[in-house]
Write a protein that binds this ligand. Structure first.
Ligand SMILES: [Zn+2]
Length: 250
């Protein structure tokens, strides 16, 4: 069975140079679904939104026939393709996230931005995939194999490696600047921060902090206490710059 493929947009990131941005022919050794062929070519299914053959849109389970041609399109968050997609119901991409254990810095940045971010540094792949599936969270990972797990519906391969660049990439990809509520979540555990009377936590503060600050928030989940010290100011500047960079479309 010989079939031809053309991948569009960021899906090309998964292909070798000779197959990027062009039609290429692929030989199948055995009958296979278009989903399995696409993944064998290197592209994880959660990044795919629309597959069009000569007959129109097809689903992931479509069996590839000899001589067929497929155009494969990525998922868009802001630029919706309507309900053309046959690969999944046209549900909006969620903006609750689950991050793999290697993305700890990015997790802290996203929580600082107020984005609901599930992260445990020792979570195994099965747990990450299950959390993504059960809680409808977008799985962010640098592990393409993890995204190929069948139960992962919403997932994204993080292209960049430096945490600051990753934050810009994720803000841009998921339009998070429209959903950010900075300093509303605990960076340690993702809990929703609540204002707390100074008197209730005063005894836990260093003398210098007790003298200089009067407004505090507390995490009801891990009991962490936060105030607008120098770390807050640095983080605020960093988040603002990251959002500005993300909004400069490339
Ligand atoms: Zn907490």
């Amino acid at each position: 069975v010989l079939a031809s493929f053309r991948f569009y947009g960021p899906l090309n990131d998964f292909l070798p140079p000779a197959r990027k941005q062009r039609v290429f022919v692929h030989a199948l050794v055995a009958p296979a679904s278009v989903k399995d062929v696409i993944e064998s070519l290197g592209v994880p299914h959660p990044e795919v939104d629309l597959i069009v053959s000569e007959q129109g849109p097809v689903g992931f389970d479509h069996l590839v026939a000899d001589g067929e041609h497929f155009a494969v399109y990525p998922r868009f968050t802001s630029l919706g393709l309507g309900n053309l997609s046959e690969v999944r119901p046209s549900t909006p991409v969620p903006r609750e996230l689950v991050l793999d254990g290697h993305l700890g810095r990015l997790a802290a940045y996203l929580r600082a931005l107020g984005i609901d971010t599930w992260y445990e540094n020792d979570a195994d792949d099965a747990t990450l995939a299950a959390v993504s599936h059960d809680e409808r969270r977008v799985l962010l990972t640098r592990d393409i194999g993890l995204l190929k797990r069948a139960i992962v519906e919403h997932g994204y391969w993080v292209r960049t490696t430096a945490p600051a660049a990753q934050l810009v990439e994720i803000i841009r990809r998921f339009d998070l600047h429209e959903h950010a509520t900075p300093f509303s979540r605990c960076v340690r555990c993702n809990g929703r921060l609540e204002p707390v009377e100074k008197g209730a936590i005063e005894h836990r503060l260093l003398p210098r902090t007790r003298e200089r600050f009067n407004e505090f928030v507390r995490c009801p989940d891990c009991d962490g206490v936060y105030w607008k010290g120098s770390h807050y100011e640095r983080m605020q500047r960093f988040l603002r710059e990251s959002i500005e960079r993300a909004r400069q479309r490339v």
